[in-house]
Design a protein around this ligand. Structure first.
Ligand code: BDR
Ligand code: CA
Length: 305
């Protein structure tokens, strides 16, 4: 898992850790929601909270490939995970870069490995450039990012792709099977205030921490301009799809990234009507069974001590 925690990244990690079907092999952090120091620290704080200090963690590239870093403190707070008192990390970070850890993990695995990406794609693009010989060990890349005709950072650009459009272009054109959770589906994956309150009723420290995190995250989305009833849980859609693809509706299509446009740099261009004849490289999630998705999150939180 390559992530920039981030409230919804935290939920994605929680879902993975709570699910025996998933063997979380390694966590790498990307610069995105907050600075690289903070997202790395947050990933380690989350693994400490959830008692999974055995999972190797490495910090990723400090900046996007071609742009200065822009962060999302307005959404995720000063720490990147405001709203809960998380424990300080009580284990050591791996003494290697994120791409070296991804390479080590792929080499060590006899089976192909799924990469789940819930932040900007800088690390994955660099990995593919530096270790092309390991590409065949990647089974699929499941990522949250982009949109079909929507934006949440500019009118037509989603945050993760906005931060590093060149990296996203490299990854989407790598010839690896892709599953994309765009805003079209994640904006349907909203958690409502009473559902957050119900999480607060679960009697364990992990659920209590997530109640605080979700209450903080929800406030940003109360602005009526979004037209939301709750907070969109973007990143956990990736893990939820791996666990329960039947919860989602998807369409296979070609997706590419615009890296030049004056108004649309970072837009994911989704060829819904097959106008280009280019290979259908991406399974694009378009709808979710929201009650089942929220139930999965709630049930997962109950599994912690
Ligand atoms: C994405 O941007 C980040 O703020 C979230 O963590 C999510 O990955 C949503 O656009
Ligand atoms: Ca994220």
């Amino acid at each position: 898992m390559d992530c920039d925690p981030g409230h919804d990244d935290a939920l994605a990690m929680m879902l993975a850790l709570a699910s025996p079907e998933i063997d979380l092999l390694a966590v790498t952090s990307s610069a995105g929601n907050q600075t690289p120091e903070k997202t790395l620290n947050n990933a380690m704080r989350l693994l400490t909270l959830m008692h999974h200090q055995e999972i190797p963690v490495a910090g990723g590239n400090r900046t996007p490939l071609m742009k200065p870093l822009e962060t999302a403190g307005n959404v995720h707070g000063k720490s990147g995970l405001d709203g809960a008192d998380l424990p300080d990390p009580d284990f050591a970070v791996q003494d290697m870069t994120a791409i070296a850890l991804i390479a080590k993990t792929l080499r060590a695995s006899t089976d192909p490995v799924t990469l789940v990406v819930t932040g900007p794609m800088t690390n994955i693009a660099l990995f593919l450039r530096v270790y092309p010989e390991l590409k065949h060990k990647i089974d699929r890349i499941v990522f949250m990012g982009g949109a079909m005709g929507l934006g949440n950072w500019t009118p037509s650009v989603e945050f993760n792709i906005y931060v590093d459009p060149e990296a996203a272009k490299i990854v989407l054109n790598a010839g690896i099977p892709l599953t994309m959770a765009p805003l079209n589906v994640t904006h349907k994956a909203q958690i409502l205030k009473p559902e957050i309150a119900a999480i607060g009723e679960i009697d364990n420290p992990v659920a209590h921490a997530f109640e605080g995190l979700l209450n903080f995250f929800e406030v940003y989305h109360e602005n009526p301009k979004w037209g939301f009833k709750g907070a969109p849980l973007h990143d956990p859609c990736t893990i939820a799809w791996l666990l329960h693809p039947e919860m989602f509706k998807s369409e296979l299509m070609n997706v590419d990234v615009e890296t030049q446009g004056e108004l649309v740099r970072g837009e994911t261009v989704c060829d819904y009507y097959e106008l280009t004849g280019k290979p259908k490289n991406t399974d694009v999630l378009l709808d979710v069974d929201r009650p089942a998705f929220i139930q999965l999150i709630t049930d997962s939180l109950k599994t912690f001590d």
